[in-house]
Design a protein around this ligand. Sequence first.
Ligand SMILES: Cc1cc2nc3c(=O)[nH]c(=O)nc-3n(C[C@H](O)[C@H](O)[C@H](O)COP(=O)(O)OP(=O)(O)OC[C@H]3O[C@@H](n4cnc5c(N)ncnc54)[C@H](O)[C@@H]3O)c2cc1C
Length: 303
Amino acid sequence: MRCRIISIFSIPLKSLHDAYEIRRRILSLLHKHKPGKTLKVIVGGAGPNGTEIAAELAATVDAAVRRGLLKEGAMSVVLLDAAPSVLMMLPKRLRQCAERQLQHIGVKLVLGRVLSSVNGTHVLVANNPGQGTPASEPSGMPYDVCIWSGGITMSDVVRALPFAHDPKGRLPVDGALRIEGEDDVYAIGDCAASRNPFTHAPDPQTAQVAVIQAKVVAENIIASLTGESLKTFPYPKKWPIFVTLGGKNACGMIGPFLVSGYLGYVLRRLIDLHYFVEVLSLPDAVQFWRRGVDVYAKNEEGE
Ligand SMILES: Cc1cc2nc3c(=O)[nH]c(=O)nc-3n(C[C@H](O)[C@H](O)[C@H](O)COP(=O)(O)OP(=O)(O)OC[C@H]3O[C@@H](n4cnc5c(N)ncnc54)[C@H](O)[C@@H]3O)c2cc1C
């Protein structure tokens, strides 16, 4: 019910179509913008997607103001989450780095507050009692555009499969990516709940993980037909993780090393290029990658 109420008035962020819709709505409101009025954007959910879109919006507006394309205060961006920090699933140093950069580019962080519903004009938020604060009555935050990025829910098809599910509806798998208790049924990508044997943390739901898992399962299907032993998913001790934080800025960690700013951005783009080369032909991969680089460059210029 809560998600339904949220989804009527807010724009989800799951697909390219959603991204175009967010862009269309914000641009059309900015065109109608009256002097002295602030366009209020609220992003609900400070996971990687919510954090990245809040940062891109704020950085683009910041650059547009500096170039005189928009008036100071034309748009405000609030990033809201029930957790006490953004990117709660990531290492503390990375979270702190991201929060500093978000505040630097003007994103207002509203943390430890639960978004309970959205009506036509206001987002209703209350304290998150789980975070040590006393429960509170919901209060309203006015908004013009609300973007809902509170996590991906598992599809009904996966939920209906006659296997065990974890609390998120994903399918627990063993090291060879077989669904637990099954000899010849595999799960990969976002629907698979694989755990890193070193950290015991669930593997991230990313394209990089899905592509590696696909290769392992393809080899395991052949191995099971030829009677060879199955391959195990090659878990790294830690996944390198990078979050883009507005234009040509990113924070990330490679092992114990924190990388931020322009160097972080370059590494993040190289990770993207590596991924595109794995799943596309080289010319298509480069073309796709160039398009992404151009978008971040435009955001950096406030276009
Ligand atoms: C906004 C956003 C940004 C992201 N950014 C990044 C990023 O920067 N880097 C990164 O690594 N990951 C990113 N991810 C995560 C990444 O997209 C996923 O982890 C990855 O796509 C998982 O691959 P998958 O094949 O498991 O699922 P999907 O890519 O979702 O593919 C599932 C496919 O199954 C189809 N399908 C579903 N149900 C049915 C059905 N009943 N019948 C037939 N077909 C069906 C769907 O249409 C879809 O094509 C992002 C995700 C989102 C939503």
